[in-house]
Design a protein around this ligand. Structure first.
Ligand code: AMP
Length: 282
């Protein structure tokens, strides 16, 4: 496995492979890898000859400086996991490599459409500009044929698809299933911040989503939402940001069950840790 730190070294490695028509896949991550990340690598390996995994804790997508500061960075562990998984290339650039003017912010915006400001975009202003700008820079550096993202960050996949359309980039975006712990908690690099009590309380997020999935056909939308929110609000230490049943393309709340691609999405603070989760309803 090659470990690369600069864009020029990455291009030197990948250009001959691209000329030889090898299909290149990119799996962007912020490290602190778990089985969810490895599932993306595994899916990528089935569809491409070369799998590049990037590890970059992107400062511009954090809206809370404390969250950035405490973001876990177990680099040696991550590299071992990727090597064991048979990943071909790890791209681990410095902040200066990706943002030469850092800490002076770059002054450009991407038109991501109105869904940018809903849900996560409402609670984390500017988050999706940061996410899509770094993914654009990673796509420019790697020039992948295909890139893999987790459905776990449902809105993120939508925003990246919009960014790719905006720039007319020749890269296919694939959304991969959410990997969960045995008890249903969606795997996340942030789960290590959960205390034992938080860890137990956090289960209410997947339980509330499962409730909606199980009763979607029988119950009114308003009843589903009331019950799911009550389950969360009744759990100690959990503060709900939103629970919605939305159209998977616009992220606007659906008004009837005839809507295409319905998805239930939740975000809540569990203790000091903010978690998100979602489940498809069709
Ligand atoms: P992150 O390192 O949190 O930025 O995540 C990197 C990629 O892994 C993103 O595309 C995430 O959506 C995806 N991912 C994170 N958690 C999971 C999970 N539990 N199952 C599947 N994919 C995930």
């Amino acid at each position: 496995m090659e470990i690369i730190h600069t864009i020029s070294a990455l291009k030197m490695l990948l250009t001959p492979l691209q000329k030889a028509d090898s299909k290149i896949a990119l799996v962007p991550t912020m490290g602190a890898l778990h089985k969810g990340h490895l599932s993306l690598i595994e899916i990528a390996q089935k569809q491409a000859q070369i799998v590049v995994c990037s590890i970059f804790v992107n400062p511009t997508q954090f809206t809370d400086p404390k969250d950035l500061e405490k973001y876990p960075r177990p680099l040696a562990h991550d590299i071992k996991m990727l090597d064991d998984a048979g990943c071909n290339v790890v791209f681990m650039p410095s902040v200066k490599e990706m943002y030469p003017s850092f800490p002076t912010p770059e002054n450009w915006l991407i038109d991501l459409g109105p869904a940018e400001f809903l849900l996560e975009g409402e609670f984390r202003r500017g988050h999706y500009q940061g996410v899509t700008q770094i993914v654009k820079k990673l796509f420019d550096a790697v020039q992948p044929d295909v890139a893999f993202f987790g459905q776990k960050d449902f809105q993120q996949v939508l925003m990246i698809k919009n960014m790719v359309k905006f720039f007319n980039m020749p890269v296919e975006i694939i959304s991969c299933p959410i990997i969960r712990e045995e008890d249903g908690l969606a795997m996340s690099s942030r789960n290590i911040h959960l205390s034992a009590a938080d860890r137990k309380n956090a289960l209410v997020l997947s339980s509330a989503l499962n409730y909606v999935v199980a009763h979607y056909q029988q119950e009114e939308l308003s009843t589903l939402l009331t019950k799911a929110k009550a389950m969360i609000n009744e759990t100690p230490g959990v503060v709900l940001d939103y629970f919605t049943i939305a159209d998977g393309e616009t992220l606007l709340p659906i008004e009837n069950k005839g809507a295409a691609h319905p998805v239930a999405l939740v975000a809540a603070k569990v203790g000091e840790t903010r978690l998100i989760d979602n489940m498809l309803l069709d």
